[in-house]
Design a protein around this ligand. Structure first.
Ligand code: ADP
Ligand code: MG
Length: 258
């Protein structure tokens, strides 16, 4: 359902692309895990898919519909009717949800308001209905009793669970998770991973960037290794990837975790 074809991403001031000819597919209901060392381009990849960064080559499709096409640097305004980055319709944007490493909740809004703001303001849904669904979502992640708290009163793990609710309420067709547990104390990692595991069980399509190898191994349907902006290994047999990686690069990468 998500298709990435020959994606090339280069930042404006950079000498060379940070993502080079990336192609893959994420089928509906599957969990696609992206591994790779720091600086390999994982966050950039998720951000281009979420529509937060323009791309310079290739295209991104959602259910066969082109949502992003590459435009060479400096020529973005001259494309012949192409879909300009940064101008994805709000409808298109809400089809892809993303949760980041740093909890980006609105600090001056309560937990409940953090979750209901976008459905009410962006999707023009009725406030009562949005509150109802927000409370159901908060209940699912064990935070119904914190609905009136301020983000500053929550632990990091609780904030990430609110951030997940805030993305889910928009009913995304695919969720992107970028190292959502990397900034958490160890005892909070599990409560966040547990929520993601439950979403996988419910059949939500997901792309997950993580350094939690045991979690990756348990949840992945498909696994890729990104290095230096290229996909150096792809596998739809995670168990085989972890026990017998095909490439030296993957072997070396995995050995840094044991
Ligand atoms: P990862 O998430 O795997 O650590 P990133 O996608 O954050 O990798 O970064 C990939 C490369 O792109 C790095 O070399 C990084 O310095 C560079 N980079 C990331 N963001 C920007 C930016 N906004 N402008 C310029 N270069 C960037
Ligand atoms: Mg990153």
């Amino acid at each position: 359902m998500l298709t990435v074809e020959h994606l090339v991403k280069q930042y404006p001031q950079a000498q060379s692309p940070v993502l080079n000819d990336i192609s893959f597919q994420v089928p509906k209901g599957k969990v696609f895990v992206v591994l790779g060392p720091s600086g390999s381009g994982k966050s950039t990849l998720l951000r281009t898919i979420a529509g937060l960064e323009p791309i310079q080559g290739g295209r991104i499709l959602l259910d066969g519909q082109v949502v992003e096409t590459g435009h060479p640097l400096g020529k973005r305004s001259g494309g012949p009717g192409g879909l300009m980055s940064g101008s994805r319709s709000s409808d298109l944007r809400t089809r892809i949800g993303m949760v980041f490493q740093s909890y980006d909740l609105f600090p001056n809004r309560t937990v409940l308001d953090n979750v209901t703001l976008a459905p009410v303001l962006v999707q023009k849904r009725k406030r009562d209905q949005a509150r109802q669904e927000a409370l159901e979502l908060l209940d699912r992640v064990g935070l119904a009793d914190r609905r009136d708290a301020w983000p500053s009163q929550l632990s990091g793990g609780q904030r990430q669970r609110v951030a997940i609710c805030r993305a889910l309420i928009l009913h995304p067709e695919i969720m992107l998770f970028d190292e959502v547990t990397a900034a958490l104390d160890p005892e909070m990692v599990r409560e966040v991973l547990q929520v993601i595991l439950e979403l996988a069980d419910q059949g939500l399509t997901m792309m997950i960037v993580t350094h939690e190898m045991a979690f990756a191994r348990g949840i992945a349907d498909h696994i890729v290794l990104l290095d230096g902006g290229s996909l150096v290994e792809q596998s739809d047999d995670p168990e085989a990837f972890f026990t017998h990686p095909a490439t030296d690069r993957a072997q070396r990468f995995l050995s840094t975790f044991t």
